[in-house]
Structure formats: structure tokens, C-alpha cells
Design a protein around this ligand. Structure first.
Ligand code: ADP
Ligand code: ADP
Length: 228
């Protein structure tokens, strides 16, 4: 299994109930997983634990045979090979598109950087935009830059937290389909969090639905319809 999240429990320090209660999820290489659920159901917590921003109380996290967390191990966030895309894109406003993407490639050899920049710009179809600044791009274009930046260092896994929530409805529809194409074309394993069922249905190979920190449904989008 490419990604394994096993029996993970987590509570925030000032909370009475568990944010995640025995959460288990196995993900294949290249799978697109959507985590669906109401506000407060624990969606962001799954991403925070994988990214290493919080430490589970118990359980095990493994990506491609590397243990990120178990009772003996806690791998630092920067060593996890995980890319992230947040709802506000968080591009650097004073850097161009190319500079934003190159920022994440500081470990790569100089000769490889240019090639990789070109590849990811092609992947998100922004070849002609590399010299622009974020404020000179539409919301959808900015979102694609954020995706390109996350993908550029070839992470094992991409985490996306409500990636469409700041876009207007029309753009959301377009970006949804673009994102699926981008992820599939590059065979990128990804987990994206949403409270919007439409996002999950269109984008995901499998949906994990959370309720109060527990898995309420897990399966293909077409099988979820029967569970209401
Ligand atoms: P989302 O929009 O993803 O549902 P939330 O509104 O739940 O996010 O949370 C926004 C931020 O507030 C997050 O950083 C989260 O960690 C924090 N947060 C959420 N709930 C609480 C809480 N009960 N106490 C303190 N911080 C919280
Ligand atoms: P979601 O992403 O589905 O909105 P979260 O994972 O942010 O849910 O939150 C799960 C639970 O943990 C909620 O009850 C939320 O209020 C609580 N929570 C989230 N962040 C914090 C925090 N920083 N401190 C305390 N409680 C939090």
C-alpha cells in the first residue's frame, strides 16, 4: 500500500472529544481521495497529522515504506515529501510565477530546475505566464500556480484543503475538472478536503466521509448515493 494511515487517534489539547477516533485509510499510488464532511468533522485534522503539523496520540502513518509516525518515530514535516495546497493559495505576492514555483525546488540541482519549471508550467498550462506576478493572474490561474508549486518537487503525496472555496461557482466547476486532469496526468497521489459533495463526486476515485471524527462512509462516489 502506498499510503497507510492506521488506527490514528488525536484530540486537541483543550477539547473534550477526539478530533479523530481510530482513523484508518489505505491509499494506492495515483489515487485521488476526497475527505468529505461538515465543518468540525475532522477533515483538516487528517491533513495536519499527515503533514506533521500535529502529532497523533496513537497509530501509525506510512508513505511508500517510510514511517512518518509510530510509537518510536516522528518524522519532521520537511522530510515527509508532502506537497500542500491551501484555500488561499498562499503565493508570494512579490515573486513571479516562475519564482514562486522555483522556491520549492531549492534542493534540486540548478540544471534540473529549469527543466522541472517548464514541465510543471506545461502541466497546468501556464507556459506564457511565468513572468507575471500573482496579482496579474485570475483566481483560477493563481490556484493552478499553487498546484504547480506543490507538484514541482515530485512529492509522494499532495494535500489540498478546500482548494476551490475562494473561487466563484463557474470557476470552481472548471478548476475541478482541470485539477482531476492534472493529478491523473502526472499520476499524483492526493487527498483533498471538501465540504462540497459535488467536488468529491467529480474529482475523487474514492470518498471518505467523516462524521464527528469517525469514518461514516468509504468507497467509490457512485456507491455513496445509497448511504443516505
Ligand atoms: P475549516 O474552514 O477548514 O472548516 P475551521 O473553521 O474548522 O476550518 O478552523 C479554522 C481554524 O481554526 C483552523 O486552524 C483550526 O485548527 C482552528 N480551530 C477550529 N476549531 C477550533 C477550536 N474549537 N478551537 C481552537 N481552534 C480551532
Ligand atoms: P474540519 O476540517 O472538518 O472542519 P477540523 O479537523 O478542523 O474539522 O476539526 C475537528 C474538531 O477539532 C472540531 O471539533 C474542531 O472544533 C476541533 N479543533 C480543530 N482545531 C482545533 C484547535 N486548534 N484547538 C481545539 N480544537 C480544534
Amino acid at each position: 500500500m502506498f499510503v497507510a494511515i492506521e488506527d490514528v487517534c488525536f484530540s486537541y489539547s483543550n477539547a473534550k472529544t477526539k478530533a479523530l477516533d481510530n482513523f484508518t485509510l489505505k491509499i494506492e499510488k495515483g489515487e485521488v481521495i476526497s475527505i468529505l464532511g461538515r465543518s468540525g468533522s475532522g477533515k483538516s485534522t487528517v491533513l495536519r497529522l499527515l503533514a506533521g503539523l500535529e502529532k497523533p496520540e496513537k497509530g501509525r502513518l506510512v508513505i511508500q515504506d517510510e514511517v512518518l509516525f509510530d510509537n518510536k518515530t516522528f518524522l519532521q514535516p520537511e522530510k515527509r515529501g508532502i506537497g500542500m495546497v491551501f484555500q488561499d493559495y498562499a503565493l508570494f505576492p512579490h515573486l513571479t510565477v516562475a519564482e514562486n514555483i522555483l522556491f520549492g525546488l531549492f534542493r534540486m540541482k540548478k540544471s534540473n530546475k529549469k527543466k522541472r519549471l517548464k514541465e510543471v508550467l506545461e502541466l497546468v498550462e501556464l507556459q506564457d505566464f511565468e513572468k507575471r506576478y500573482p496579482h496579474q493572474l485570475s483566481g483560477g490561474q493563481q490556484q493552478r500556480v499553487a498546484i504547480a508549486r506543490a507538484v514541482a518537487p515530485n512529492p509522494h503525496l499532495i494535500l489540498l484543503d478546500e482548494p476551490f472555496s475562494n473561487l466563484d461557482a463557474e470557476l470552481q466547476g472548471k478548476i475541478r475538472e482541470e485539477l482531476r486532469d492534472i493529478l491523473k496526468k502526472a499520476n499524483i497521489t492526493s487527498i483533498f478536503v471538501t465540504h462540497d459533495e459535488k467536488d468529491a463526486h467529480i474529482l475523487a476515485d474514492r470518498i471518505v466521509r467523516l462524521k464527528d471524527g469517525r469514518i461514516d462512509f468509504i468507497g467509490r462516489p457512485c456507491d455513496m448515493l445509497d448511504t443516505y
